[in-house]
Design a binder for this molecule. Sequence first.
Ligand code: GLN
Length: 445
Amino acid sequence: DVFSRIDSVESTVKAYITETRESALNQAAAVDGKLARGESIAPLAGIPGALKDNICVKGAKTTCASKMLANFVPPYDATVTAKLLSADAVIVGKSNLDEFAMGSSTENSAFFVTRNPWDTNTVPGGSSGGSAAAVAAGEAIWALGSDTGGSIRQPAAYCGLVGLKPTYGLVSRYGLVAYASSLDQIGSITRDVTDCALVMNAIAGYDAKDSTSINAAVPDYTAALAGGVKGLTIGLPREYFGAGMDSAVRQAVETAVKQLESAGATVKEVSMPNTEYALSTYYLIATAEASSNLARFDGVSYGFRGEGNDIVSMYKNSRTQGFGDEVLRRIMLGTYALSSGYYDAYYMKALKVRTLIKQDFDRAFADVDILATPTTPRTAFRIGEKVNDPFTMYLEDVCTVPINLAGVPALSLPCGFTGGLPIGLQLIGRPLGEETLLRAGYAYE
Ligand code: GLN
């Protein structure tokens, strides 16, 4: 069971910030009770999973891997938490992440580094690295992450798992600590596509507590699985196969696409000319929104409070001591992009380019049903390799950030190995095209 796995590997993997074993055992016992009384149970009933530690669970610490929230205990459940608990799923712990979900390696956690179970000298990816490592190591059967620019898909790829970033608005963000609100989306990390569909069945759907929630009926995602890929057209956007990509990654993705073709899909090349601007656009918009979202951490109403004889020095000390370097860097970048002298040149420009990127997707989806790309240009890197070089770290996100800018869904699937490390295939869908993605993913695996 997951507890004996946790007991044997957690001291090496370090996936969890907080274990919630006691409440997990109570939740499991409640399911046993239902079974003993002959009551029917939901598919996830009794199945243990992990929540990224930026998703609120009432009564359990939610730290965002930050000193700022090291002792924060939310008085409420996130909507996804409430939905999972009402489906009788069992929550075994809160998993590690890059502080406030800012990063691609989980090395920005204020507490400790999580290791990739495939090679413990490498990172599990990020920012949902604890969630991915927990599932890969058998310390959880499913996990939730949040994906602002790749934080579900990239760790899923690095850890050989299935990760879904749903359509923006399909899964409620209520109770997810905000990083960049127009990009953030909660989704699942699982071992296979069937588990992904089961978790989506539990968490998707309209929520009046999230003003960006989509008010549409949610299908049964498991019903879509067996549809096959006959009749689907898959587009290969040539801009995603550019320089800087590992040749083994490119080959694995091309082989996967060939397999989908022999299973009945039609494959064609497409062009998405604004792709090259996505990374800079993302890092302007994400940091701008982050600087605004993180303004609430002032030492007064939440979390860590620094010393100070007056209110300004108290604010200053709370924020400089409570936040880590990467978070401070992003607050400064975002504040700069939003400042009156630079707003038009940076933030406003980025919003316009975001529209152009979205139009690339609209145009492509007029012609194809899904797009296939690598999830990341390379496989998991060594711990410490990029931590002092934020720019090369940001480059890891080149294939994942355009999807969040466009608000469309994307699924990362394991598609082989190189040098003993897993490779990820990314399938991108139309808005609310999750069923098509799951169908293609199921046909592939
Ligand atoms: N790596 C990206 C960033 O640092 C994405 C993070 C995320 O999706 N939360 O912003």
